[in-house]
Write a protein that binds this ligand. Structure first.
Ligand SMILES: [Zn+2]
Ligand SMILES: [Zn+2]
Length: 282
């Protein structure tokens, strides 16, 4: 299946995609980063002196926020990789283009500066940050919700930085250690996503959710639902119509890994029985 798809790949031109980073988008990135950091700072200030804040509440909010960010990173990455095109108004240039560029030139991200790397994720996090600072913070539940969401968007912001590190040849000893113990996205783990046809392991904060989501065929199932509802072909703009159709055909035939594992387990559980019944009948 892989060779079949690779022959059909039709991707965008890396040079043209790189040129799409216009001064207007850069200005938007700077505005997004400044607004996001200001809102997060205001939230920390609000929570600092709050009587309902405690160390266990904060610790669980930060950890759950990390897991949630991993999921959000996967979901947004899947959306960007699979649907839409670079020619769409506003969204195309600012949001879809970086996804296309990343598949044809995965090292380009290592040449992006702090603003280009982190602008987009700050932009999508601003509405959530605004919601957090406007919450009443009048009970432990409100404080937990606000800390959880505030932590989640902090990790969402950190995601492209972690992603960038996973593509660097020499990210430095501290980052390399964090990658080795899988506390941030490890390069080999993320390499699975960068294998054509780029249709799995979308989570790029830390990647802890990639295996479980693949086991339940989470993204292929969503793709079938979207195609059923809209008639759109997943990743048509990324890899071309022929390859996209070939991928869809092959995933439609397969079963979710968790179903395959359950069947294998049932078969192995039945085998001793059939052996013993065969023995008793002789
Ligand atoms: Zn991708
Ligand atoms: Zn990547």
């Amino acid at each position: 299946m892989k060779n079949n798809v690779t022959n059909k790949l039709r991707q965008h031109d890396a040079h043209a995609l790189a040129k799409g980073y216009s001064p207007a988008i850069r200005a938007m990135d700077i505005g997004s980063i400044v607004s996001f950091v200001s809102l997060e700072a205001l939230l920390v200030y609000q929570l600092w002196g709050n009587p309902h804040t405690g160390p266990w509440l904060l610790l669980s909010a930060v950890l759950l926020g990390y897991l949630a960010a991993d999921f959000v990173s996967g979901f947004v990455h899947w959306l960007g990789d699979t649907w839409g095109s670079t020619t769409m108004p506003i969204l195309g240039k600012a949001f879809i283009r970086p996804f296309r560029e990343h598949h044809v030139d995965e090292k380009a991200i290592t040449r992006h500066d702090f603003i280009e790397t982190n602008g987009n994720n700050c932009a999508i996090s601003i509405p959530v940050a605004l919601g957090c600072v406007l919450m009443p913070h009048s009970s432990p539940s409100w404080v937990f919700l606000s800390s959880f969401l505030g932590s989640m968007i902090f990790w969402v912001m950190a995601t492209n930085q972690f992603h960038k590190w996973s593509h660097m040849d020499e990210p430095g000893p501290v980052v390399a250690f964090l990658q080795r113990v899988h506390l941030v996205l490890p390069p080999a783990h993320h390499g699975i996503h960068h294998t054509a046809p780029y249709n799995k392991y979308y989570c790029i904060t830390v990647g802890w959710l990639n295996k479980p989501l693949a086991m339940i065929a989470f993204f292929p199932t969503l793709e079938r639902l979207v195609t059923w509802a809209t008639g759109l072909l997943p990743r048509q703009d990324d890899i071309g119509t022929e390859a996209a159709a070939a991928v869809m055909e092959s995933t439609a035939q397969g079963e979710a890994p968790v179903v395959q594992a359950a069947k294998a387990l049932l078969e192995s559980a039945e085998e001793p029985d059939s052996v013993s019944s065969a023995r008793s009948s002789t």
